[in-house]
Design a protein around this ligand. Structure first.
Ligand SMILES: *[C@@H]1O[C@H](CO)[C@@H](O)[C@H](O)[C@H]1NC(C)=O
Ligand SMILES: *[C@@H]1O[C@H](CO)[C@@H](O)[C@H](O)[C@H]1NC(C)=O
Ligand SMILES: *[C@@H]1O[C@H](CO)[C@@H](O)[C@H](O)[C@H]1NC(C)=O
Ligand SMILES: *[C@@H]1O[C@H](CO)[C@@H](O)[C@H](O)[C@H]1NC(C)=O
Length: 235
């Protein structure tokens, strides 16, 4: 059975008020391929990811790898550290070290090299490590051949709108609620976050602690019209 998805044309926004254009046909095709699986008319509540350590890549559909690096996520405290790592053999266009406190609504942009950081307010807390509470279960997909040990994986698909916008996301997670891939459609350049090599624990809790050189810093004022979010760091 094939599930056909219809996409709202154009005017999708991305956690803010950026101008947008038509969604690329390639994305639509990709999503359609992903959905060539049976959907189940079952009620599913979004699950919440466990504590995690892993690797995350961020790509747009222009073929740019925006960032690639290690992440640490505290699912209870809703804290995330992500450091894009220039030593990976990929050209990334961004060098980032972010420490996010989603509950408190603040985050730090850290520059370890010169021991400086900027503390900012978060206007949008959407991020790809956890399914939003109002995420809607879209169906289950089976990649590879799940009936052969090690040859397949079952994924749940979740979807929902971006906060305050007409944009939307598709999030693929394992049965154990580990994030696999999330696509955010801001149709000129959709962003794709993928997580790999996940371990269900926080390996280095210090990564979720504000570095001493950032402490006592005051929150920078957010310029008019700017929306700070984890996602917007990758535009
Ligand atoms: C997740 O990590 C936090 C911070 O280290 C810890 O307080 C919490 O107990 C951990 N949760 C689980 C389920 O291990
Ligand atoms: C970057 O990647 C290298 C090789 O995988 C690793 O040894 C190093 O610890 C990483 N650095 C950060 C900041 O994640
Ligand atoms: C990285 O980018 C530079 C300049 O754009 C290019 O010359 C080089 O081949 C790229 N390297 C890789 C591994 O893609
Ligand atoms: C640290 O480096 C960044 C980027 O190289 C620069 O923008 C910033 O001004 C530097 N901060 C300090 C305190 O030197």
């Amino acid at each position: 059975m094939h599930t056909r998805l219809s996409f709202e044309p154009s005017q999708t926004l991305f956690c803010d008020s950026l101008r947008t254009r038509k969604m690329s046909a390639a994305v639509a095709l990709f999503v359609l391929i992903c959905f060539t699986a049976a959907t189940h008319a079952v009620h599913h509540q979004p699950c919440h990811s466990p504590n995690m350590t892993g690797i995350m890549s961020v790509m747009n559909l222009k073929g740019e790898t925006k960032a690639l690096g290690a992440f640490t996520y505290d699912s209870m405290g809703k804290k995330l550290r992500f450091r894009s790592n220039e030593t990976f053999p990929t050209n990334t266009s961004l060098s980032l070290d972010l420490l996010m406190f989603f509950e408190e609504g603040i985050f730090y942009e850290i520059d370890s090299k010169n021991q400086s950081c900027e503390k900012k307010a978060l206007q949008c807390t959407m991020h790809p490590l956890d399914i939003p509470d109002d995420g809607k279960f879209k169906g289950m997909v089976q990649t590879g051949n799940p009936s052969i040990e090690g040859e397949g994986i079952k994924l749940n698909v979740w979807t929902g709108p971006m906060p305050d916008t007409k944009g939307y996301y598709y999030m693929f997670s394992t049965m154990g609620c580990l994030p696999v891939t999330t696509m955010y459609f801001r149709d000129s350049t959709p962003l794709i976050f993928s997580q790999m090599n996940i371990e269900n624990e926080i390996k280095d809790p210090d990564l979720l602690v504000v570095p001493s050189f950032c402490q006592g810093q005051s929150v920078e004022e957010t310029p008019e019209g700017t929306v700070n979010s984890f996602l917007n760091e990758f535009i």
